[in-house]
Design a protein around this ligand. Structure first.
Ligand code: URA
Length: 437
């Protein structure tokens, strides 16, 4: 009866109290509130919104719905980074070693990919032997000795988000700012870092389609984290087109290694340097003036590449992939996608390219799908490049012939051409700082 009244209240656009949000979250986690009532509440929140106060309370209740990580046994300021998800986003594989090479501590829990977006854990698991399920002691030891460790989310971290997200996924209630903010922030707070950098993506491959919407989400999350006692900052970055040239697990690991060798794509390198530099400032390892130079030095000297190699070794993976990326899994077949058009490439819909990569076997349509780690796409052209019919646009990597034609159609449908050269877009739109700093 009480949940009925709460749904009614939110339907009228009224605010829920702290106690009401507590009862709703705990009642749902403990199975007393059925899915159909929670689904109705989520839809009411989509239409009526939540105040910042309600969103904060919802985040706190979700954070404390299960276990939380206490990282205080690891010395120094622990800094985390979260990307709201995108296509070709392998920034963690580059940024975490960069930060660790400059003295930061990165104790990170990451997720798996679903649909058109990739997940860091899948990318790391494409490295032969790499373990993403460490015990608490192994995780702490890795961070203390190497400065970084990336593991999968532990079993009972934020069970409220697991249940609510599963329901949002099937009730068209994912793209709602207070629900996204509470989902992301509850997990980041429960993961225990002292400082958190949010990389809020905007564009065709992201949840937030415009920089303005992304800034609203970013500000809300920065406020929530600051109020919860963490050092917070957010970067609004471009996800209109995939980041870098590689999409797919082992291909992205190879590209991350190339960036750390100083030979990676310019866009990806630039975004990673910016993210690492902001993380160093947040955790107090460098100040505004010196931070970018410190990060660039760690890239140039090879110190960050050494950190990646050390992390791979500590987590049971084959560290020789760093010197010889051909040791990573590869797909059975390759195919060059060629242009049928003439003109400038003006648009590359990131979501469509992510879907093409998923069709090739690099992603999951549903949670139980088995990944082909070698599958994916290498993009040979990006927005602003001029092409004529027959020019190679991309290379496909796949192990099942039946996947090639539907993936090629999906990729070509994602590209637009024109006689006019498109205007360049910024890689980073803005930085949202902690209001109290
Ligand atoms: N990522 C999350 O973890 N939760 C959301 O709601 C959206 C993106």
């Amino acid at each position: 009866m009480r949940m009925y009244e709460l749904i009614e209240k939110k339907k009228r656009g009224e605010s829920l109290s702290h106690e009401e949000i507590h009862d709703m979250v705990m009642g749902f986690v403990e199975g007393e509130i059925p899915d159909y009532q929670m689904a109705a509440m989520l839809m009411a929140i989509c239409f009526r919104g939540m105040t910042e106060e309600e969103t904060f309370e919802l985040t706190m209740e979700m954070e404390h719905s299960g276990d939380t990580m206490d990282l205080s046994a690891i010395s120094g300021c622990k800094v985390d980074k979260h990307s709201t998800g995108g296509v070709g986003d392998k920034t963690t594989l580059i940024v975490a070693p960069l930060v660790a090479a400059c003295g930061g501590k990165v104790a990170k829990m990451s997720g798996r990919g679903l649909g058109h977006t990739g997940g860091t854990i899948d990318k790391l698991e494409s490295i032969p032997g790499f373990q993403t399920a460490l015990t608490r002691e192994e995780f702490f030891h890795a961070v203390e000795t190497c400065g970084l460790s990336v593991i999968g989310q532990s079993g009972n971290l934020v069970p409220a988000d697991k249940k609510i997200y599963a329901l949002r996924d099937v009730t068209a209630t994912v793209d709602c700012i207070p629900l996204i903010a509470s989902s992301i922030m509850s997990k980041k707070l429960a993961a225990g870092s002292d400082a958190i950098l949010l990389d809020v993506k905007t564009g065709s491959g992201a949840f937030m389609k415009s920089p303005k919407e992304a800034a609203i989400l970013a500000e809300l999350m920065v406020h929530i984290g600051t109020r919860a006692g963490r050092k917070m900052e957010a970067v609004i970055s471009n996800m209109n087109i995939p980041l870098g040239n590689a999409v797919g697990n082992a291909l992205e690991v190879k590209e991350a290694i190339e960036v750390l060798k100083g030979r990676g794509p310019k866009d990806l390198t630039e975004v990673c340097l910016a993210l690492a530099s902001r993380m160093l400032i947040l955790c107090g390892c460098a100040d505004e003036k010196e931070s970018m130079q410190v990060v660039k030095n760690a890239l140039k000297s090879g110190a960050a590449l050494e950190k990646l190699k050390e992390m791979i070794r500590i987590q049971g993976g084959d560290p020789l992939v760093v010197e010889d990326p051909e040791r990573l899994p590869s797909a059975a077949f390759r195919y060059t996608v060629r242009s049928k058009e003439k003109g400038y490439l003006t648009e590359m819909n990131a979501e469509g390219i992510g879907m093409a990569s998923m069709i090739l076997g690099a992603g999951r349509q549903c949670k139980t799908d088995v990944l082909d780690y070698g599958a994916g796409i290498l993009l040979y052209k990006k927005c602003g490049d001029y092409v004529v019919p027959g020019d190679p646009l991309a290379e496909f990597f796949y192990s099942d012939e039946s996947r090639k034609n539907p993936a090629e159609k999906r990729l070509l449908d994602s590209l637009s051409f024109d006689d006019m050269k498109p205007k360049g877009e910024p890689l980073i739109y803005s930085i949202i700082k902690n209001p109290l700093s």
